[in-house]
Design a protein around this ligand. Structure first.
Ligand code: GLA
Length: 381
């Protein structure tokens, strides 16, 4: 828990609205493996982290609602009885979207005030957006006694992103942020929403994130395009999703789709297999097998699914050259954000210094290193 962010959010709320707020922490997430599989009803292996969004919320005494984004030093006013997405598509849409989706369930939301801040950067692929959405739905649920279950809440958060932000995301981020467990990763089946819990630790190794500090602008549109390709291919094959498609099924329609689409669907099928193999590798403590699956996952994301970028590839290729790194890959939607690296603890210092220098030299810009601890999910603090 980041006490100073928590206290700042609480204090600012008091300064603005002169009343004690309810405080919520909602974590960001990492994903060990299983990328772009969630919206294909496949497997993912995420964990909540000890960095995220801190939200202060309380009912308003006036006929308007005020939102304050401390990190951006921005404020926004609205009334809960007339909500629509902002065309500027800023941070407001994540919050407004959640309110609108709760209202669609027939619940009444009176005006409220909200202040938030965080210790994960936006655009780093750590799901600050899901963390924000979850904090809002969780806070409103508690404040107004809406009786929503955690499962209902994550779908509200996901729909907010679909309908107000315009990203047709899967359920991984919202799930991981809501259901996270301290020191554990969750092997989630996105079709059944059943998860098995694993202690994501290899003795003598650790997971470290390296942020490229870039987010290329085509990220959101490319995301929706990939999702559409996957859905079209499952439709062509009369299957509910790519989760149920095998390599040989794909070959039967090879002449009906482009090579690019074929490779993208093949990537998803292979990534699902890799995720299951990685869970096994973790169970039997086979660190090198686990690491290799991370490298293969990156290769697929970069060369088949085409969602990597120069900066991410540079970090992974250079990590792969260093014997201290057992596995590495881009993490999240792609086109920027972080890589996740499985590193031998005794050699991590030298590797991290080296990669930071190499990155700065290549891109005339710094990358950032994050050491994260696995944490519990969205909670009142
Ligand atoms: C983003 C989305 C997730 C998931 C990942 C890729 O983080 O929000 O639903 O699809 O990309 O695995």
């Amino acid at each position: 828990m980041n006490q100073s962010v928590k206290e700042q959010v609480q204090q600012e709320f008091l300064n603005y609205f002169k009343i004690e707020p309810l405080l919520i922490f909602s974590p960001g997430r990492i994903n060990l493996i299983g990328e772009h599989t969630d919206y294909n009803e496949g497997y993912v292996f995420p964990a909540a982290i000890d960095k995220g969004i801190y939200t202060a919320i309380q009912q308003s005494k006036t006929d308007k609602s005020t939102l304050v984004a401390l990190d951006k030093n921005e404020q926004y006013e609205f009334t809960t009885n007339s909500i629509s997405p902002l065309t500027t598509n800023g941070w407001q849409n994540y919050i407004l979207g959640v309110v609108s989706e709760i209202q669609k369930k027939g619940k009444t939301i009176p005006n409220f005030n909200l202040v938030f801040s965080g210790d994960i950067p936006f655009g780093a692929g750590l799901s600050s957006s899901a963390a924000l959405e979850n904090s809002v739905v969780f806070g409103l649920n508690e404040l107004l006694q809406l009786q929503l279950t955690k499962h209902e809440m994550i779908f509200i958060s996901q729909k907010a992103e679909h309908n107000f932000v315009g990203v047709k995301c899967g359920i991984m981020d919202q799930y991981a942020s809501m259901f996270g467990q301290k020191n554990k990763a969750m092997h989630l089946d996105c079709k059944t929403l059943e998860a098995t819990i694993h202690s994501a630790a290899f003795e003598g190794y650790e997971f470290i994130l390296i942020n490229t500090n870039v987010k290329h602008s085509l990220a959101d549109s490319a995301y929706n395009k990939r999702r559409a390709v996957c859905e079209n291919i499952s439709k062509l094959l009369n299957k509910p999703s790519l989760r149920d498609v095998k390599d040989h099924d794909l070959n039967t329609i090879k002449d009906k789709i482009s090579l690019e689409e074929y490779e993208q669907a093949l990537y998803v099928i292979q990534e699902n297999k890799r995720t299951l193999q990685a869970v096994k590798a973790l169970e039997i403590d086979n660190v090198s097998n686990f690491g290799n699956l991370l490298f293969e996952s990156h290769k697929g994301l970069s060369e088949q699914y085409n969602v990597s970028c120069l900066e991410l590839d540079f970090l992974v290729i250079n990590a792969q050259k260093n014997p201290a790194v057992i596995g590495a890959r881009m993490m999240g939607g792609g086109f920027g954000g972080c890589t996740i690296n499985l590193i031998k603890t005794s050699k991590k210092g030298a590797f991290l210094t080296q990669i930071q220098q190499e990155y700065a030299q290549e891109f005339k810009q710094n990358c950032a290193i994050y050491e994260v601890n696995l944490s519990n999910g969205t909670q009142i603090i």
